[in-house]
Write a protein that binds this ligand. Sequence first.
Ligand code: IMP
Ligand code: MG
Length: 186
Amino acid sequence: MLNIDSIEEFEKKIKRVIITEEEIKEAIKKAGKQISDSYDGRPILLVSILKGAFVFMADLCRAITVPCEIGFMCAKSYYNGTVSSGVVKITMDLEQDISNYHVVIVEDIIDTGRTLNDVVKMLKSRNPLSLKVVTLLDKPDRRLVDFTADIALFTIPDYFVIGYGLDCGEYFRNLPYIAEFNEEDN
Ligand code: IMP
Ligand code: MG
């Protein structure tokens, strides 16, 4: 899908940085404090949606001071290039029985809202003590289903973004910042 055979082609796809490493760090510090304060010492379970949220999860969990366990789920939303197909599939489920947990879902980005809408419905049906959603990025202009996160660190316009866990064609997850993807061919 993406033809990247060289470092030059890789770099050409990075149009411009929209959120710096420093800005991400600051926002995570704040969100970690907000989450820690709201659970007031009670243990929580952080559930990260793979693959996109793996970097955010790693940094966010270290900004949280209440006792916390971590869990992973894999939800795949299928893409044709940068356009969502609307098909969401859970390809790996949590190993924990969540009925005794205060659950916090950790997501990379809310776009159409379909992925989280499905995941939240599914996890709520398992009767957790409580359930909240924190997302690194929110693109409210693109919403197709009504969904609001409890905490969104950054609200962005309708760009396709890459970096800090987010991919295009599985590349760019390793960038330490969030950048706009260059959709042009040359
Ligand atoms: P939704 O179900 O449309 O809300 O999409 C959620 C998933 O689509 C996210 O978890 C991402 O994996 C992916 N996604 C949505 N927008 C972007 C983007 O701008 N860049 C990279 N991935 C995206
Ligand atoms: Mg993705």
